[in-house]
Every structure is written in structure tokens, then in C-alpha cells.
Design a protein around this ligand. Structure first.
Ligand SMILES: *Cc1c(COP(=O)(O)O)cnc(C)c1O
Length: 632
């Protein structure tokens, strides 16, 4: 049976999108070509508009069979740790004196798709064209399935590495993918095999590079280049294509490992004291600049007493859903208070803000609706939209022009426009007057999420409507009791009709045991404090202005009209390092990075409290400025 080499190259608007190749028996050609075309048409970088597929016969005498390099993983906790392992292996290969130079070259040869051919005997680069580099082709795994269009990076990398290491005079290879999501690199050699090094770069880093380490005392460069570019090779004995996993625990354990490799693994920090301006973390008293308890009410003596009193009077739990046995006077009293506070006809409690958004959107919208949603909206809004089965149209962040364009191009009978009032990652405020005007103009419901607005904006902390001088009001205000109100729970404030509808239709309201008495008592006490003591909101607003001023004096750019102050660092690893150093100095300021925010916009996210003092804020600004200088 004749064998063929097939090569696919795909581009979009002249830019390379995808490339792949196979060496397969004639009978497998059709499924292989359709799989390669699929790959080019459904690529993450976009659908290719130019696809070149080339086939040529390979004679049996031209084909060389190689055994796959053995694979091992040397996970290091940090990028520098991975480079230390790379340095050690280079040392064991007798390249200790060249290691620094090689690693430096590796970290800086980025923009080319081919590889550097580095001669350890002379220290020279031998690839004929530095722009193009050496491109390794004519290789495949023996017997690989032809119809799988998914790119198996891992197996393709081993095939390539195996061919490279068998080329005349090649001593080792260093490689890092240019895929921003794929942070695992490798070093391969005959002695050590294929050693995976996670992580070799930060998530979001688009740099990649490849160096073939060659020894001109062992072979001629042209022979190595000929082998790499022209010799037809099939690699045997690769790890299985899709590991057949029969142990369900193992599937999830492996998924967790992949998260770790991508630096996306999440873990929790343990607080050893109540949520307040100072918290104990690992035995250290730490200044809290990350809490949503903006008015420090979660630890307020009166609020805590009210929670205790409510529990003593009404019990620990509510014992049923609101529609069965779990509706108390306490629930109704808090709803009336919330409606008054937000200036609406009625309000409805949910167990959390998350459940409020999910319940409201899935109740008000169905498969005939369109939900217009700001691109930076909170995950609970996104989840509510998904659950509703409505069509979701995402508009540019706080861009009312784009919102109107999208409304005009998406005619609908039923629709809702929904947005955070204060955006949780940037701390900016919705353009409410235009948002509401667009809703009215096009007969769409308008809804805002005031999780970070209640208790924060408006002279008395009533939120966006007060902030804009009561000139406009959305149809639905969603809020949470868990942020500035220091308790737990969510709510919708709206017209009587909408609230009655939600009581009948919102499944996260209907099918959950109603809130326990303690958080209701706490939220009521917190609301009364807000109404009777405007100084807390004033102090918070003063602190935001004061802290921004301190940052500016230290030469740090930052803007925010709310209690959330992002300090953009850019690079993911640097942002993490700055946050780590600050924690070492007793200040908790988290680094927020991809995928929570866009790649390359990693930031410190400062959240202020009304109880922070000017001294604490000035000192924090100074320490942040110093940490950024040290880490950059
Ligand atoms: C925190 C938050 C929620 C969820 O509220 P919880 O009461 O914590 O469930 C919803 N929307 C936004 C914008 C939030 O920040």
C-alpha cells in the first residue's frame, strides 16, 4: 500500500493560522484531509480563508522509523524553578558553560516560527535564514488516527522532538509554544528524553521559541538541516492518543493538574479573624484592602448584635421556602425597607446576589427574548442569561453607542438591557441616564446590578439612581446584602408587577429554603445605620479620593469614582509578585489576572473601607509604589 505525505497550511488575511502534516497510507487520505480542513476552518485564531493542502508519495525506502523519546515531567512551582531544571539538565549534557547563553537566547528569540540552530562548538547560529529559522517537516506518529481534527499538541511535540534529537549532531532541544494559554515547555535530549517543564512562562504570554543545540564537531550542519527539513520519519511507541480513563476520580485529578500547569488553579486563603479592616492571616495582622465589606459593617457591633437577636427570636433556620413555611415578618420587614431605600414600589429577597441575578433573568426572559449585556458584566448575570435560553447580545463596555447599534441590529419582541452599576474589576460607573433612555426608546426593560454600588455611590449610598441625581431610574435594581451591608443575601427592587412575577416564576426564589433569620436581622440593622449615619458613606468616598491622590503623588496612574481602585500592572507574573511582596509587608491587595481580566491587563485591585485611616492609606500607596519599582 503506497504511503503519502500530506501537508496543510492555513492563513487568514495573509496571517498564518494553522499548519499540520501527516504521513499515512493511501486508504487514510480522505478522512485525514477532511480532518485537516476542519482544523483550519475552526481554528481559535479564526476561520482560515486560504488553505493549502499538498500531497506527495513517500517511497518505503525513504521512510525512517524512530522510537519516541521517553516522556517525563519536572513540575516546578515557578517559572524560574523550571529554568533552574533546564540549566541543570544542560549541565548534565556537558553544556554548563553554555547554559546561561543558551537560556538567554531562548528567552529572546521570539518572533520566528522556525528554530535556531545553535552550534556549541563555535557559539554561532547556523540556520541559513535567521528570520525563517529551521522548520522541521515530514514526520508523523505511526498509526495515528486520521479522522481526529483536534490538535494534540502534546503528541505532535513528541513526534517533532524525537525527529530533532535523532538528527545528525543534535545534542538537545529547548522549546516553548507561542500559544498564550500553553505554558508548558520542554527540554529534550537522548540522555534525558523529553522533559516537560511546567510552567515555562506566564499564562497570556504570547512568546515562544525553539533552539536546536548542535555540535559541529559531531556532524556537518548541512546534514543536520537536510535531516530536519527533508528526511521522512514515522515515530513509534507514543503515549496513547486519548488515555482511556475508567476511573472517574482520575479524570478530575488530571483536569486539576492541567489547571496547575496553566497557573489557573485556585486555592483559598484562610482568615483567622472576622472580616474587618485588619484580619489575621497565617498569624499576621494584615491590613485588608480587598474586602467587599466597604463600610466595615460585617464586624460592626450593632450589626452582629442584630444578627444574634434575630437568631434568638426567630431561630437558626427558616425551615421552608418563602412560598411554603419559610416566610416571616422579618423577611417582609426587610423587603419593605429595601424598597424604600431604593425608591421602588416593592422588593424581593433571594438567598444570595448570585441567586438573584440567576432567578431574575431566567424568569423574565425566555427563548424569544434578547438580553443585551455589557461585556464586563458579573458572572451571575452571564449565568442567568444562559439559564434563560434567551439570545444574549454582548455590547462594548459601557458604550451606549454600541448598545444602540446592537439594539437596532437585533429586533426583538421582548428584551432586557442589563449592566453592573459599578463594574467589579474596573470600579467605573454605568452611564445610567443614556442606558435608561435607550431602554425606554426601544421598549426594553432595564436592569442594573448594584452589588458594588449600594452603600458606595450616591451621597447617602443609595446607589446609581442617587449618584445621577434621581434624573432616571431603571426598571429593576438588583443588589446584594453581602457587600457594604455586611450580611448575606440578594434582592430585586422593582415595580409591584415585576416583583409579583418574580415570586411566581423565579426558580432560585421558589425552590430554595428562605434566608435564615440572622442575616436578615443583620441586614436590617446595617440599612438603618446607613440611613441614620451618612458619615460612613462619606468616609468611604473621602478615602477613595484621598487614596487616589496618594497614588498620583507616588507617580502611579489610577482612576476610579468608587471604592474599587484598579492599579494596572500589565504583566501577569509581575502583578503576582507585587501582591506577594505586599502581603509580606502585612497588606492584602490581590492581583487579578487572566482569565478574570483580559490578558496583559493584570492589576492590583484595591477595595477600600470607610474605616481605613489616612495614615494607613498613605502608607499603602507608598508600599505599593516601592513594590512595583522592585518587581518591574
Ligand atoms: C458579588 C456580586 C454578585 C453576587 O452577590 P452575592 O451576594 O455575593 O452572591 C453579583 N453581582 C456582582 C456585580 C457582584 O459583585
Amino acid at each position: 500500500m503506497p504511503t503519502y505525505s500530506i501537508k496543510m497550511r492555513a492563513s487568514k488575511s495573509g496571517m498564518h493560522v494553522s499548519g499540520a502534516e501527516r504521513i499515512i497510507p493511501q486508504q487514510d487520505i480522505s478522512p485525514a484531509i477532511s480532518a485537516l480542513a476542519e482544523r483550519a476552518l475552526h481554528h481559535g485564531l479564526g476561520r482560515a480563508d486560504f488553505i493549502n493542502i499538498k500531497m506527495e508519495e513517500v517511497l518505503p525506502t525513504e521512510l525512517e522509523y524512530l522510537d519516541a523519546l521517553p516522556v517525563s515531567t519536572s513540575p516546578a512551582p515557578t517559572i524560574e524553578g523550571s529554568f533552574a531544571i533546564m540549566r541543570q539538565i544542560l549541565g548534565e549534557l556537558g553544556l554548563a558553560d553554555k547554559a546561561d547563553e543558551l537560556i538567554d537566547l531562548f528567552r529572546h528569540v521570539h518572533p520566528m516560527r522556525g528554530a535556531v540552530l545553535y552550534d556549541v562548538a563555535t557559539g554561532q547560529r547556523l540556520e541559513p535564514d535567521h528570520e525563517r529559522g529551521i522548520r522541521v517537516t515530514y514526520m508523523d506518529a505511526e498509526g495515528a488516527s486520521s479522522s481526529n481534527s483536534n490538535k494534540d499538541h502534546f503528541r505532535e511535540a513528541i513526534v517533532l522532538a524525537t525527529k530533532v534529537i535523532n538528527a545528525p549532531g543534535i545534542v538537545a532541544e529547548l522549546c516553548m509554544s507561542d500559544d498564550p494559554d500553553y505554558v508548558v515547555g520542554y527540554i529534550s535530549s537522548k540522555q534525558h528524553g523529553y522533559v516537560r517543564l511546567p510552567p515555562l512562562k506566564a499564562v497570556g504570554d504570547p512568546h515562544g521559541g525553539r533552539i536546536f543545540i548542535f555540535d559541529s564537531r559531531k556532524a556537518k550542519a548541512e546534514d543536520a538541516i537536510y535531516y530536519l527539513e527533508k528526511q521522512k520519519v514515522l515515530v513509534r511507541g507514543l503515549p496513547p492518543e486519548r488515555p482511556v480513563n475508567t476511573n472517574p476520580q482520575q479524570i478530575f485529578a488530571e483536569e486539576l493538574e492541567r489547571l496547575k500547569e496553566k497557573s489557573l488553579y485556585r486555592s483559598m486563603r484562610t482568615m483567622e479573624s472576622a472580616q474587618s479592616k485588619y484580619v489575621d492571616i497565617k498569624g499576621n495582622r494584615t491590613l485588608m484592602l480587598a474586602s467587599n465589606s466597604y463600610l466595615d459593617l460585617a464586624n460592626d457591633a450593632r450589626v452582629k448584635q442584630a444578627a444574634a437577636d434575630a437568631a434568638l427570636a426567630w431561630g437558626a433556620g427558616s425551615g421552608g421556602s418563602r412560598l411554603t413555611t419559610g416566610n416571616t415578618q422579618l423577611h417582609e420587614e426587610l423587603e419593605a425597607e429595601l424598597a424604600r431605600f431604593k425608591g421602588t414600589e416593592a422588593a424581593l429577597l433571594f438567598n444570595t446576589g448570585y441567586m438573584a441575578n440567576v432567578g431574575i433573568l431566567s424568569a423574565l426572559c425566555d427563548s424569544e427574548s434578547v438580553i443585551f449585556s455589557d461585556e464586563y458584566n458579573h458572572a451571575s448575570i452571564i449565568d442567568g442569561a444562559r439559564l434563560s435560553k434567551a439570545r444574549t447580545v454582548v455590547y462594548k463596555h459601557n458604550d451606549m453607542q454600541d448598545l444602540e447599534t446592537k439594539i437596532l441590529s437585533t429586533p426583538c419582541r421582548k428584551g432586557i438591557v442589563v449592566s453592573d452599576a459599578v463594574f467589579s474589576m474596573d470600579g467605573d460607573i454605568i452611564d445610567l441616564p443614556r442606558f435608561v433612555a435607550l431602554g425606554q426608546k426601544y421598549h426594553l426593560l432595564t436592569m442594573i446590578d448594584e452589588a458594588h454600588a449600594t452603600g458606595v455611590i450616591g451621597a447617602t449610598g443609595r446607589g446609581a439612581v442617587e449618584h445621577f441625581g434621581y434624573s432616571c431610574a431603571p426598571d429593576i435594581i438588583m443588589g446584594t446584602l453581602s457587600k457594604s451591608l455586611g450580611a448575606e443575601g440578594g434582592f430585586a427592587a422593582s415595580s409591584k408587577v415585576i416583583i409579583e412575577y418574580l415570586k411566581n416564576k423565579a426558580r432560585s426564589f421558589i425552590f430554595a429554603t428562605s434566608q435564615a433569620p440572622a442575616p436578615l436581622g443583620a441586614a436590617l440593622a446595617a440599612l438603618r445605620i446607613l440611613e441614620n449615619e451618612p458619615q460612613h458613606v462619606q468616609a468611604l468616598q473621602h478615602n477613595a479620593a484621598y487614596f487616589l491622590d496618594c497614588l498620583h503623588k507616588k507617580g502611579i496612574e489610577a482612576h476610579s469614582p468608587t471604592a474599587i481602585i484598579p492599579i494596572i500592572i500589565g504583566d501577569e507574573a509581575t502583578a503576582l509578585k507585587v501582591a506577594e511582596e505586599l502581603l509580606g509587608e502585612g497588606i492584602l491587595v490581590p492581583a487579578i489576572r487572566y482569565p478574570t481580566v483580559a490578558k496583559g491587563t493584570a492589576r492590583l485591585r484595591v477595595a477600600l473601607m470607610s474605616t481605613h485611616t489616612e495614615e494607613e492609606l498613605a502608607r499603602t500607596a507608598k508600599l505599593i509604589a516601592e513594590a512595583i519599582k522592585r518587581c518591574k
